[in-house]
Design a protein around this ligand. Structure first.
Ligand code: 3PG
Ligand code: MG
Length: 400
C-alpha cells in the first residue's frame, strides 16, 4: 500500500477556521425497545481524531450511517441519540442537523464557530449514499463535499463500502486518513505480513457464507483455525453428524466438506455443544457431545470441553485474530463459550486482534478488560475483507 496522507499532515497545514468533513462510523447498536445506545465503543473510537480537530480550531462536520435505512428518512435510525452521546464524550455540545444535505445541514454548518462540532443526520436517509449508479452517488457526494474544505476518513468500519461518503467525497476534496483508520490499517497489516507464529484464528458468528472468503484466504496462512458459533453446525453436518434444529446452511455443507479436506487438520471444530429446547434465554438446556445432538434441540453455544481444547491451542499462539461470538452470548445461559474463548485470548502471550462489531461488543458486554487485548477493531466486515486481501474502496480512495 502506498503511504496515506494522515491527520497529522492536515493539522500541520493548519485547520483553524477551516471546515473539515469527517466520515465516521457511528453505527452503534441500539436497544430495540428504548432506542438507547447499548455500546458506544465506535463513538469513543473517533474521539482522538475529533478532539485533535477541535483543539486545532477547525469547524468539524461529522457524517455517518446508522443501520440500514432504505434511502429515505426513518426515525428509528436517526443519529440524534448519537449526537447527544458524542457531545457528552467530547465535553461540548454537538450541533445536530436534522437532515443530511438539506436546509438544516446547510444552516448548521454555516453557523459553526471555530472548534465546534456538527453531526449531520444519517447518510443512508439519502438514496445517493449507497447507490450503484455513479452519477447518483456523485451528485450526493457533491452536496456533502460542499460542507468541507478538507475530508478526513475515520470510518474504518465502512471502508469496505463503495459509498458516496467513503469513496466519492475524497475524490472531490483534499483527503487524509484519521487516527482510527491509520491505527486499524497498521494493526491489520501486521496480521497479513508475516505474523509471529503460531498464528491462531478463531471464527464464530452465525453464517459460513459470510466467512467463506476469509476462511479460503486464511487457510494457507494460519497454523490453526478454530470454528465455533452458529456456523460450526454446517461444518459438523459436513462431517456426517446430525445437528438437530441448530442453524444450518444446507447449501454450504458441500463447501464445508471440501474446506475440511483441504485444511490439513488445521481446522478445529467443537467436540461438545450446549443444546436448548428453544432460542430463548430461559430455555431448558444441556451440554452434549457433538455426536449426540437430539433431533428436536438446537445448539446455542460451544461446550466446556471445546472451550478447554480451543484455549489450549490459543495458549500456544503468538498471534491471534478473533471474529464472531462462539454462542448466543447475549443470553447468560449461552455466554460461557464466548467468555471462555475471550479469557483464553487475554491470557495468551500473543498479539491479539478482536475484529468486528459483534465480538468487540461481546468483550465489553461480558465486562472483560479491553486493554488486555492487543487491538479491538471497530470494523467487522471491513477487517475481514482486509484480511482477505481485497481492495477496500475507502482506503483506495485515500491513496489516490
Ligand atoms: C458495520 O456495522 O459493519 C459497519 O458500520 C458497516 O455497516 P454496513 O454493513 O451496514 O455497511
Ligand atoms: Mg456489518
Amino acid at each position: 500500500m502506498s503511504a496515506l496522507r494522515t491527520l497529522d499532515d492536515l493539522l500541520a497545514e493548519g485547520v483553524s477556521g477551516r471546515r473539515v468533513l469527517v466520515r465516521a462510523d457511528l453505527n452503534v447498536p441500539l436497544d430495540k425497545q428504548s432506542g438507547a445506545i447499548t455500546d458506544d465503543g465506535r463513538i469513543r473510537a473517533v474521539l482522538p481524531t475529533l478532539g485533535a480537530l477541535v483543539e486545532a480550531g477547525a469547524k468539524v462536520v461529522v457524517c455517518s450511517h446508522l443501520g440500514r435505512p432504505k434511502g429515505a428518512p426513518d426515525p428509528q435510525f436517526s443519529l440524534s441519540p448519537v449526537a447527544d452521546r458524542l457531545g457528552e464524550l467530547l465535553g461540548a455540545p454537538v450541533h445536530f442537523a436534522t437532515d443530511t444535505v438539506g436546509d438544516s445541514a446547510r444552516s448548521t454548518v454555516a453557523d459553526l464557530a471555530d472548534g465546534q462540532v456538527a453531526l449531520l443526520e444519517n447518510l443512508r436517509f439519502n438514496a445517493g449514499e449507497t447507490s450503484k449508479d455513479e452519477a447518483e452517488r456523485g451528485a450526493f457526494a457533491d452536496q456533502l463535499a460542499a460542507f468541507g474544505d478538507a475530508y478526513v476518513d475515520d470510518a474504518f468500519g465502512a471502508v469496505h463500502r463503495k459509498h458516496a461518503s467513503v469513496y466519492d467525497v475524497p475524490a472531490r476534496l483534499p483527503h487524509v486518513a484519521g487516527r482510527l483508520v491509520l491505527r486499524e490499517v497498521e494493526v491489520l497489516s501486521k496480521l497479513t505480513s508475516e505474523p509471529e507464529r503460531p498464528y491462531v484464528v478463531v471464527l464464530g458468528g452465525s453464517k459460513v457464507s459470510d466467512k467463506l472468503a476469509v476462511i479460503e484466504a486464511l487457510l494457507p496462512t494460519v497454523d490453526r483455525l478454530l470454528i465455533g458459533g452458529g456456523m460450526c453446525f454446517t461444518f459438523l453436518k459436513a462431517q456426517g453428524l446430525e445437528v438437530g434444529t441448530s442453524l444450518l446452511e444446507k447449501d454450504m455443507v458441500e463447501t464445508c466438506r471440501n474446506l475440511l479436506e483441504r485444511a490439513d487438520g488445521k481446522i478445529l471444530l467443537p467436540v461438545d455443544v450446549v443444546v436448548a429446547d428453544a432460542f430463548a434465554p430461559d430455555a431448558a438446556h444441556d451440554t452434549v457431545r457433538v455426536d449426540g445432538i437430539p433431533s428436536h434441540r438446537l445448539g446455542l453455544d460451544i461446550g466446556p470441553e471445546t472451550v478447554a481444547g480451543f484455549a489450549a491451542a490459543l495458549s500456544q499462539a503468538k498471534t491471534i485474530f478473533w471474529n464472531g461470538p462462539m454462542g448466543v452470548f447475549e443470553m447468560a445461559a449461552f455466554a460461557a463459550g464466548t467468555r471462555g474463548i475471550a479469557e483464553a485470548i487475554t491470557k495468551a502471550d500473543a498479539f491479539s486482534v478482536v475484529g468486528g462489531g459483534d465480538s468487540a461488543a461481546a468483550v465489553r458486554a461480558l465486562g472483560l478488560d479491553e486493554s488486555s487485548f492487543g487491538h479491538i477493531s471497530t470494523g467487522g466486515g471491513a477487517s475481514l475483507e482486509y484480511l482477505e486481501g481485497k481492495t477496500l474502496p475507502g482506503i483506495a480512495a485515500l491513496e489516490n
